[in-house]
Design a binder for this molecule. Structure first.
Ligand code: ADP
Length: 912
């Protein structure tokens, strides 16, 4: 049964037409029909190949149109039609006699009788409706989609395919190469003599842009028009079948007849198919079909698959004799084979060229990696993977990392690109090859140059500069210094970051700043494990990737503001990073292999050491960077900040002048800070305002120049006449351009920055007894604090306000106790003149900035002074501010952590 004719199996008509087949019983036939009626399922892009083959079981057959899916409606239609066929069959079985004319009513009885003869040739109907096409040529055994929009063809589809439901009505005569089939001319155009009888498999209708149908048709056999029977509404012709549709009983004989020709053809066909990519399912299927299809069917099928013109297809269609057909198809096959060979050759050349280019690159010596994707795969992604693989080979990563990369790339190659893990693995590998495992810059260690550079960049901060120079000097003497991590602690804007940057500059290293403020997840430092969605490396590894060398200067900014959360303690993660003994083996969770951080120079900054975890603090050497005095600020402003701002705003000293008094005014009245950041911003604002003036001045100057020129040419009247309205208003506006340089005095300051923000009315506030000035320390720098006291009638109560902590409250009690015990000695009395200060008296002590919590023992001396002033009625000097803890015996303990400079700053502020 396997040798059964494919046409017989395909053609549902064959069994209907011939009645009982000697080869298969009615049941088997029925099965064959039902399967044969299935609409095509698989598709090829061109949609020209319909391959049929013997079914896996005898009697069953499959028709597989390899065109894009047949529609559901067609499927339904076919099922219905199949149902009818089956009904006819069952009726036949019931009655016990053949009823061949169920569907082929058009076929003349004589013919049917012949069809029922012992040879049982399979016939198409003698009368066929003609579908006139111009687009392509349908060959027997192939499938084609054709658009139907001419009036005749539309009529044919409507009356034969949409209304009629019989199988017979779905057989059409397709006439190719009809000149202008869409023309609605009355007369039928000249028709091609030979056509293809076809089975309409699917009809899809659409109304846009104009009503039309798309037909999916499968070629069955050639026919020849004997005579056109009618022309309207669609042509119908009496036809003569040219190809035999029955099983080829004499296949062997035919083979002998055709002899070598058939063999030769078969060889070329096999050669061609083997040159194609067998991994494409359609090609693999074609290869199998070559063996299972009868040779006679191959020329038509292969012609419709290979690249041929319509003209060539038409010639094949016209070649009725099998021998002629073979002869005509062989050159077409040979041409296709040659074309493919040429293509393969050029591809190979291209590859060879690529390889040669790689080979002559001096450093990138590429050895062939077994299993690399260097085939003729032009896929860009695969190229990328090959590149990645090469990079892994050539990168100088340590052995362990290299092993991991090789393993990962092997996995990557096996992974489909659509897998989410594909992108993850690729990103990972890209990071691995980008990391500077062995790439570093050479240090430029010249202490003298470093000193000059530091001095040039920063005014004052002697202590810090001294320590940095020491550090650099030791590095110069001992290259692989495992020294401590420097941590600059000080208020904002005192130049901690900029010193860090200068250190990098003096060493000739890359600089990278890692802001740690608010970081509360340890993965921020150590990275996420790759198992998490959206995983990425930590900031340290990211920073290394950014700078591209393994010995940069990393500035860990604001280590005191590291947070803590459920996601772990980032400070703990930093411990490993900052420990010189451990960090040569730092393992980021994302990388999962160790990276050597020992060459990285870490510098940390903080505003206070109070919030740095002790373990972390222990690993760092703290260098205090104090705030600046007014004099220092003035110097910094004139040496660094003003020139920098002028440059940024495109101004020159010839255009703007800021005298030192103005700078002092800005410092005292517009800023209150330990550093110079706010001061810098104020200069920025001044420069912007001046820039506007300068630009306006230039504009006006330019206009004046224009007028001058016009006047010079005797054009005064000309201006007055031609440009009167505009020029008059303009010239009235035209004040002279501002005189250069624009001097910034206090009035200009007020104009630009607004009224002063801080007025120093210290002496006013100290105009009555019971007020003293204390010194306070905040992470943002030193502050002065007015401590106020008042007394009233009462029962000896002490009231304290201003959010004081316990220690401060105790200091207040201590002060009162000491004053009471020494009242006589210092002539302190209450309102009624008694030395018992609390007799019928209540005391209220207030520390301003009531919303800010205050604590600490150092307010003791200020409280004593304040109360002494209250009870003695004498004023406290307005130019003294104080800080210090007192004891019960009246001693003021020295304050160690508040440096002279800050006291000085405050006292100077007070004295204004
Ligand atoms: P911090 O890191 O301490 O908050 P920055 O380093 O960002 O402060 O400094 C703020 C600005 O002040 C920078 O433009 C810096 O150049 C400038 N600056 C601070 N101190 C000095 C100084 N001593 N000499 C010159 N410029 C300074």
């Amino acid at each position: 049964m396997k040798e059964e004719s494919y046409f017989k199996q395909v053609d549902p008509l064959c069994s209907l037409d011939t009645g009982e087949s000697p080869a298969a019983g009615p049941r088997e036939q029925g099965e064959g029909q039902a399967r044969g009626l299935r609409p095509p399922r698989e598709g090829t892009c061109e949609g020209t190949l319909a391959l049929c083959r013997a079914g896996p079981r005898g009697g069953s057959a499959k028709l597989r149109g390899l065109s894009p899916g047949a529609g559901r409606s067609a499927g339904r239609k076919w099922r219905r039609a199949g149902g009818r066929a089956a009904a006819g069959r069952s009726g036949r079985r019931r009655s016990g006699r053949a009823e061949p004319a169920v569907l082929l009513s058009d076929a003349p009885p004589a013919r049917t009788a012949v069809a029922m003869s012992s040879v049982s040739p399979i016939q198409i109907p003698r009368r066929l409706p003609l579908l006139l096409t111009n687009e392509g040529v349908l060959l027997p055994g192939s499938t084609m989609r054709t658009s139907v929009d001419s009036a005749r063809n539309l009529q044919l589809v409507r009356s034969r395919l949409l209304k009629g439901t019989s199988l017979q009505s779905t057989i059409l005569g397709v006439i190719p190469n009809t000149p202008d089939p869409a023309s609605d001319a009355q007369d039928l155009p000249p028709l091609h003599r030979i056509g293809t009888a076809a089975l309409a498999v699917q009809v899809v209708g659409s109304n846009w842009p104009k009503p039309h149908y798309t037909l999916l048709i499968t070629g069955l056999c050639r026919f020849q028009i004997v005579q056109v029977l009618k022309e309207k509404p669609y042509p119908v012709a009496e036809v003569e079948q040219l190809d035999r549709l029955e099983e080829f009983p004499n296949t062997c004989k035919t083979r002998e007849e055709l002899g070598e020709l058939s063999e030769q053809f078969y060889k070329y066909a096999v050669q061609l198919v083997e040159m194609l990519d067998m991994s494409v399912p359609a090609v693999a299927k074609l290869r199998r079909l070559l063996d299972s299809l009868p040779r006679e069917a191959l020329p038509d099928i292969l012609t419709s698959i290979i690249r041929t013109s319509n003209k060539e297809k038409l010639q094949i269609l016209d070649a009725v004799s099998l021998e002629e057909r073979f002869k005509m198809t062989i050159p077409l096959l040979v041409r296709q084979i040659e074309g493919l060979k040429l293509l393969q050759k050029t591809r190979k050349h291209k590859q060879d060229d690529d390889k040669r280019v790689i080979a002559i690159r001096p450093i990138r010596r590429i050895t062939h990696i077994p299993g690399t994707l260097e085939d003729d795969d032009e896929d860009e992604d695969n190229d990328d993977i090959v590149m990645l693989e090469r990079k892994i080979r050539t990168s100088s990563m340590p052995e362990q990392a290299h092993k991991v990369c090789v393993k990962e790339i092997k996995r990557l190659k096996k992974m489909p690109q659509s897998m989410p893990e594909y992108a993850l693995t690729r990103n990972y590998l890209e990071l691995m090859v980008e990391l500077p495992w062995n790439k570093s810059t050479t240090d430029r260690l010249d202490i003298r140059a470093a000193r000059i550079l530091l001095d040039n960049d920063h005014y004052a901060m002697e202590k810090l500069k001294k320590r940095v120079l020491e550090y650099l000097a030791v590095r110069q003497l001992k290259n692989n210094l495992k020294g401590p991590i420097l941590c600059f602690v000080g208020p904002p804007g005192v130049g901690k970051t900029s010193v860090g940057r200068s250190v990098a500059k003096t060493l000739g290293r890359e600089f990278h700043r890692i802001a740690l403020g608010g970081v509360c997840d340890q993965s921020d430092i150590r990275g996420h494990r790759r198992t998490y969605v959206g995983s990425m490396p930590g900031r340290i590894i990211n920073g290394l990737k950014t700078v591209g060398v393994n010995n940069p200067v990393f500035l860990l900014d604001e280590v005191d503001k590291l947070g803590k959360s459920l996601q772990g303690d980032p400070a703990a993660a930093l411990l490993e990073v900052l420990d010189p003994e451990q960090n040569h083996n730092f393992t980021d969770h994302y990388l999962n292999v160790a990276f050597d951080l020992s060459q990285v120079l870490f510098i940390a900054t903080a505003n206070t050491t109070a919030t740095i975890p002790p373990a972390l603090l222990d690993r760092m050497e703290i260098i205090q960077v104090p705030g600046y005095t007014q004099e220092e600020k003035i110097e910094i402003a004139h040496r660094h900040l003003i020139p920098k701002q002028l440059e940024q705003h495109g101004l020159t000293p010839q255009q703007i002048q800021i005298p030192q008094v103005t700078t002092l005014d800005i410092i005292t009245r517009y800023t209150r800070e330990a550093g110079v950041r706010s001061l810098d911003r104020k200069f920025g604002a001044i420069c912007r305002a001046v820039a506007v003036k300068v630009a306006e001045g230039q504009h006006k100057e330019a206009k004046l120049d224009r007028y001058d020129v016009a006047e010079g040419e005797g054009g005064r009247e000309h201006i007055l006449e031609d440009a009167k309205p505009e020029s008059i208003s303009d010239t009235t506006d035209l004040a002279l351009p501002p005189e250069m340089p624009i001097l910034i005095d206090f009035h200009a300051l007020k104009d630009i920055l607004g009224p002063p923000m801080y007025e120093m009315e210290v002496s006013e506030r100290l105009s009555q007894p019971g007020v003293a000035i204390g010194l306070a320390w905040t992470p943002l720098g030193g502050e002065i604090m007015f401590v106020e006291a008042s007394r009233m009638d009462g029962e000896g109560q002490l009231t304290l306000t201003g959010q004081l902590g316990d220690v401060m409250k105790e200091s207040a009690h201590l002060a009162i106790s000491w004053l009471r015990s020494n009242a006589k000695k210092y002539h302190l009395t209450n309102a009624s003149g008694s030395f018992d200060l609390l007799d019928n008296t209540d005391i209220h002590l207030h520390f301003p900035a009531g919303a800010v919590t205050k604590d600490g023992p150092s307010a003791g001396v200020t409280i004593v002074t304040c109360l002494a002033s209250l009870f003695s009625g004498r004023l406290v000097r307005s130019d003294v501010a104080m800080t210090g803890e007192i004891t019960l015996r009246g001693l003021v303990l020295p304050k160690e952590d508040l440096r002279g400079k800050e006291i000085l700053l405050v006292i100077r502020n007070v004295s204004r």
